[in-house]
Design a protein around this ligand. Structure first.
Ligand code: IDP
Ligand code: MG
Length: 151
């Protein structure tokens, strides 16, 4: 879809392992535009809303404990096909299935410590962007290389 937005989190393991720059650098180099960014400690309430689709899964409580265990970097990226482009750059949910060259393939070995979150589809992206960012925290702006990124 043209000019999509997607919500990215550098999860607590990415922050603790000093991978913020690597993760954001890879996403930035795709050509997608950062329109929002912040460093936050996720509350249990926000974690429950963010991961609501998993609330009945056996790993839910561990997932909430993990995502609230240390600060995260939250970003909104914008651009054509932002959701599928970032999901491809991230790799598969389980690092075992993520090829080299992907963020999870290169930096992770465990399903429960897979470094990055990225919205999975358009409905999730809209919901998640609204959960983490107020409208006035998102910047619409042009970059001088826009025409070299998107035809
Ligand atoms: P995604 O992050 O690739 O969208 P989801 O299925 O939405 O994957 O799961 C959310 C997160 O929950 C995953 O990134 C992973 O960290 C964790 N997770 C998913 N399935 C399992 C599991 O079976 N055991 C432990 N953690 C899991
Ligand atoms: Mg998901």
């Amino acid at each position: 879809m043209p000019n999509e937005k997607t919500l990215i989190l550098v999860k607590p393991d990415g922050v603790q392992r000093g991978l913020i720059g690597d993760v954001i650098g890879r996403l930035e180099k795709t050509g997608l535009k950062i329109i929002g960014i912040k460093f936050i400690q996720i509350s249990e309430e926000l974690a429950g809303k963010h991961y609501a689709e998993h609330k009945d899964k056996p790993f839910f409580s561990g997932l909430v404990k993990f995502i609230t265990s240390s600060p995260v970097v939250a970003l909104v990226l914008e651009g054509n096909n932002a959701i599928s482009i970032t999901r491809k750059t991230m790799g598969a949910t389980n690092p075992v299935d993520s090829p080299p060259g992907t963020i999870r393939g290169d930096f992770a070995i465990d399903l429960g410590r897979n470094i990055i979150h990225g919205s999975a589809n358009d409905d999730d992206a809209k919901r998640e962007v609204d959960l983490f960012f107020d409208k006035n925290e998102l910047c619409q702006y042009s970059k001088s290389n826009d025409a070299w990124v998107t035809e």
